[in-house]
Ligand binder design. Structure first.
Ligand SMILES: C[S@@+](CC[C@H](N)C(=O)[O-])C[C@H]1O[C@@H](n2cnc3c(N)ncnc32)[C@H](O)[C@@H]1O
Length: 263
């Protein structure tokens, strides 16, 4: 058991609680980026991706200071958004968890560059007085290179918001939630750390839940417990797909899991 890491997760939630006033201030005042002036192929094949030479060999080789200008030596990323696209979720939670380093991982290079420009602009404009120095996004194929960036037990939260559904049987192995990858997510998550999933595709929701339910290192967090989770409303509406599905009135299938604390 690692009490330190469990406490960290509680600290993170209380950070969100402490900033409730701050959070209210931000509601409905999120910077508007209704137009995304880039075109990028909607899909890349994550299994056919670039070579390992494009990535740092291990977490200590990553230039974190270049991403987070106010980084202190003990700071580390604690929240990861996999498939962050244009950064809707990460830029929404940055002001309400101001002491926490948040990273978005996006496989499409042009999209991650766009998200970086968005964050740089937020850093300049400081809407609502927040500095946005605690958030960044990188080009990263999360199906292959997460352990190059994150140490064992490092993260408190991983978000999978509206991942690509890959509908055809022959492309199921491209889905971001599956047994071998869940083992990798478990490795980089702290004991008590959480995985958040949401999709508007029922079949994919059932797939993600089945695979996470079956994994011995995770327990599903009961819906009742999520009522008091300060992050839950952000997974519903703050990413671009979250906004889109809300506007379209689509059903959303969410499930949250906690990594077991083994004694
Ligand atoms: C359907 S979009 C959802 C975007 C965002 N999460 C949202 O809720 O609006 C899925 C995103 O995941 C990205 N993606 C797909 N496979 C990925 C991978 N292996 N690693 C990182 N990003 C990936 C895609 O490029 C795309 O931007």
């Amino acid at each position: 058991m690692n009490n330190g890491e469990e406490v960290d997760n509680k600290r993170l939630h209380s950070e969100m609680d402490d900033t409730e006033g701050n959070e209210k201030k931000h509601q409905g005042k999120k910077p508007k980026w209704s137009r995304f002036p880039i075109r990028s192929r909607a899909h890349r094949n994550p299994l056919n991706d670039e070579s390992a030479a494009d990535y740092p060999v291990c977490p200590s080789e990553v230039d974190w200071k270049a991403m987070y200008p106010q980084l202190q030596s003990t700071d580390k990323v604690e929240i990861l958004d996999v498939g962050c696209a244009y950064g809707g979720l990460i830029t929404s939670i940055a002001p309400v968890a101001p002491q926490t380093l948040i990273l978005g991982a996006e496989i499409r290079a042009r999209v991650s560059e766009f998200t970086q420009s968005r964050i740089n602009q937020l850093r300049e404009e400081k809407p609502e007085g927040h500095h946005y120095n605690n958030v960044w996004a990188i080009r990263l194929n999360a199906m292959k290179y997460l352990p190059n960036y994150f140490k064992k037990n490092q993260l408190q939260k991983i978000f999978f918001m509206f991942p690509d559904p890959h509908f055809k049987n022959r492309t199921f192995r491209r889905r971001i939630i599956q047994s071998t990858l869940i083992a990798e997510y478990a490795y980089i998550l702290s004991p008590g750390g959480m995985i958040y999933t949401i999709t508007d595709v029922q079949e994919l929701g059932e797939w993600m839940q089945k695979h996470l339910d079956e994994h011995p290192l995770f327990d599903r967090v009961p819906e009742g417990e999520l009522v008091s989770d300060p992050f839950i409303k952000y997974i519903q509406n703050s990413s671009e797909d979250g906004e889109r599905t809300t506007k379209q009135g689509l059903n959303k299938y969410q499930a949250v899991y906690r990594k077991k604390v083994l004694h």
